[in-house]
Ligand binder design. Structure first.
Ligand code: DC
Length: 348
């Protein structure tokens, strides 16, 4: 059934010249029409805004120069918003389409961003939303997931820390890591809770640095390979996530723990960069190790995590891949904020 849909887009112009403004706007409109399979005749109207520094041309003019001769247009200048990108053109395209709200593709080009990400989530929606972040070791999941949760005032759970805590307990109590029944029995005794939105506790005690030690690093994949362990761990994680309002990071969040999460991200980065990041993270926690050893360990862990029989690391079919090799954590967080804004149909 055809309905009216609203599609958002934004782009950054190279300069405040007539040419640059029209070129950037035309590129954005063309990309939006293509991405949403729209023809000229489907368009109902288009609203354009430009930041106050765009004075050389009305962005709306681009619709005419590219041949959209019938559609009603409105063009306005935005208020100056502190910290907003300069030379930014935004559009809101109304069109008739068979696409559902979930299928509509909103586009942000050339670094354009959601304008007021703090408005992107309304209270009730925020308190229910869950965000799944998966990816291999050292891709930067923890930094990104933690800052995202802080920015959106949501809870944060590092599920890797739960596997690490179990491993540490198993090593401490000399449980055979090849004995999945003994590991599962041990896990049954462990009670995990989230205090103050992001502090993971085990049987009421905060988790210490032991869970990041080399012994744990080397053993954790063996513990995480058992399906009986994973099944119980997933149940514990789902219990913590039950009421939503949470950003969860791990290896199987989008596929097993929160298969219905509306926002799923698969974070990747190249191997050398991941080793470098893991080394910095370890240094900040007081653990020193040569880069080559870390790179080797990461490779081994990637291999074990992605080839194990029980829920191996893989991207959920509906997850968005973000390659963060060349992106700062802030840029990755902003990219996910854009996804959140699009998902929640909040204002740009
Ligand atoms: O993210 P991390 O390095 O702290 O994770 C530790 C280990 O736990 C890692 O080798 C894979 C495993 N893990 C998992 O299998 N599933 C998860 N959801 C999280 C971590």
């Amino acid at each position: 059934m055809r309905e009216i849909i609203a599609i958002r887009g934004a782009t950054i112009c190279e300069a405040n010249t007539r040419d640059a403004v029209l070129r950037a706007t035309e590129e954005l409109l063309t990309a939006l029409l293509d991405a949403n399979r729209l023809k000229d005749k489907d368009l109902v109207s288009i609203v354009f805004t430009g930041t106050p520094d765009i004075t050389a041309a009305f962005p709306a003019l681009a619709a005419r120069t590219m041949g959209l001769s019938d559609v009603p247009l409105l063009c306005a200048q935005e208020l100056a918003v502190e910290g907003a990108p300069k030379l930014c053109v935004r559009v809101l395209v109304y069109a008739e389409s068979c696409l559902s709200r979930q299928e509509v593709k909103h586009l942000y080009l050339h670094g354009a961003q959601v304008l007021r990400s703090e408005l992107a989530l309304k209270g009730a929606h925020r308190s229910r939303l869950s965000i799944a972040i998966d990816g291999p070791a050292g891709a930067g999941k923890s930094t990104v997931a933690r800052s995202l949760a802080e920015a959106l005032n949501m809870r944060y759970l590092d599920t890797g820390a739960m596997y690490r805590a179990l491993t540490w307990q198993a090593l401490k109590h000399s449980v055979d890591l090849q004995d999945d029944r003994a590991l599962t029995a041990l896990l049954e005794e462990l009670r995990f809770t989230l205090e103050d939105a992001s502090r993971l506790t085990l049987n009421g005690e905060p988790l210490g640095e032991e869970i990041r030690s080399q012994r744990v690093n080397q053993a954790v994949s063996r513990v995480a390979q058992w399906s009986s362990v994973r099944k119980l761990m997933v149940a514990k994680q789902q219990e913590i996530a039950e009421f939503g309002g949470i950003v969860m990071e791990g290896r199987d969040i989008g596929t097993e723990v929160l298969p219905d999460a509306p926002i799923k991200v698969f974070l990747v980065a190249d191997h050398a960069e991941r080793a470098r990041r893991r080394q910095l993270e370890m240094q900040s926690q007081g653990h020193v190790a040569p880069l080559t050893d870390i790179a080797e360990q990461i490779k081994e862990r990637d291999n074990k995590d992605s080839t194990r029989m029980a829920s191996p690391l893989r991207k959920a079919a509906d997850a968005v891949t973000i390659d963060c090799t060349l992106l700062s954590p802030e840029e990755v967080v902003q990219t996910i904020m854009n996804l959140v804004a699009v998902e929640t149909h909040a204002g740009i």
